[in-house]
Write a protein that binds this ligand. Structure first.
Ligand SMILES: *[C@@H]1O[C@H](CO)[C@@H](O)[C@H](O)[C@H]1NC(C)=O
Ligand SMILES: *[C@@H]1O[C@H](CO)[C@@H](O)[C@H](O)[C@H]1NC(C)=O
Length: 137
């Protein structure tokens, strides 16, 4: 099982190195549809898709609710989709001027980076370490 897990991480590591030229890969899911897309993201249940377009980013949208329930959406984001939002990488609040609806958005532009709220650099380091452990071990 431990071996399987590190193999899994190693494959993701290789893939993210090999595929980064072919286009950004992002997870696309909603916890409304599948609860595994929630705060505790079960990435193995989902397949990341290539985002069309050269300037696509991965986004993670979170939506507070009166009962504390958080709506979570992972998508390919295309610049210009949200009027007036600052599209630089990182997290920001955004309110739709028309509906008054507010949500929290995180943008990033590395493969699989909308899997979690963790900084993608940290994820890459962990993947690299897992890969090393797998090769050396
Ligand atoms: C967007 O945010 C970044 C960092 O938070 C900032 O440096 C940049 O000036 C902002 N861009 C716009 C158009 O407001
Ligand atoms: C977004 O709004 C929440 C409360 O609605 C606040 O706690 C948080 O600090 C805000 N984040 C940013 C980046 O402005």
């Amino acid at each position: 099982m431990i071996l399987d897990l590190s193999l899994h991480f190693a494959l993701i590591g290789f893939m993210s190195l090999a595929v980064s030229v072919a286009g950004l890969k992002c997870f696309n899911c909603e916890n409304h549809v599948n609860p595994a897309c929630g705060v505790y993201f079960k990435a193995y249940q989902f397949k990341a898709d290539h985002c069309p377009g050269p300037d696509a980013k991965c986004a993670l949208q979170r939506q507070p609710d009166k009962d504390g329930w958080i709506g979570i959406v992972r998508i390919c984001y295309h610049p210009g989709s949200l009027q007036g939002i600052n599209e630089t990488n990182g997290c920001k609040n955004w309110t739709n001027d028309v509906s008054g609806y507010t949500a929290h958005y995180c943008f990033c532009d590395t493969d699989y980076c909308n899997s979690s709220l963790i900084n993608s650099g940290v994820v890459k380091v962990i993947m690299f370490l897992m890969l090393m452990i797998w090769i050396v071990g």
